[in-house]
Design a protein around this ligand. Structure first.
Ligand code: ZNH
Length: 142
């Protein structure tokens, strides 16, 4: 799980990226739909799956709101994301394997947008963070 070094790296990274949150969310989702087309099946009401689609942008904002919620509850994500986990498990029925696919898209987006700040170490710690988010979101599946 996340140690104090990870948390410090995530704090520094978050201070750099949070202002671009909406764009990051849209890009990560656009990439998810392009690189892993099977993920589009959860969004039957979307008309356009590209980065610039208003629906992708809107949903990107929502996902980043969830990421922010996770960041603000970094020491107890399971509790912090309980409602969101319930929603993904019971209402949306998203297979948890999709969380890993989205995480890999976040890595690509961050390394492209922040070639200097997204160091190997930042990548390592942010990957642990996203794995914890995925675990917390999967909490209600059992
Ligand atoms: Zn999800 C929704 C978050 C992943 C699918 N999401 C959602 C929301 C949020 C989120 C916040 C909103 C909710 C309400 O409304 O209440 N997600 C999130 C996060 C993550 C995610 C944080 C990670 C990181 N999701 C995901 C995935 C998928 C999904 C991977 C698949 C693929 N979601 C989804 C859906 C929805 C959501 C389908 C719904 C949409 C609509 O309705 O439009």
């Amino acid at each position: 799980s996340l140690n104090s070094i990870d948390k410090e790296r995530i704090r520094i990274l978050w201070s750099k990226i949070s202002k671009d949150s909406d764009a990051i969310g849209a890009e990560a989702l656009g990439r998810l739909f392009a690189a892993h087309p099977q993920t589009k099946t959860y969004f039957t009401h979307f008309k356009d799956f590209t980065y610039n689609s208003p629906q992708v942008k809107e949903h990107g904002k929502l996902v980043m709101k969830g990421i922010k919620q996770a960041y603000e509850n970094i020491d107890d994500m399971v509790t912090g994301l309980l409602d969101l986990s319930e929603k993904h498990a019971f209402t949306l029925r998203v297979d948890p394997s999709n969380f890993k696919l989205l995480s890999s898209c976040f890595h690509v987006v961050l390394s492209k947008r922040y070639p200097n700040d997204y160091t190997d170490e930042a990548h390592l710690s942010f990957d642990k963070f996203l794995a914890n988010v995925a675990l917390a979101l999967s909490e209600k599946y059992r």
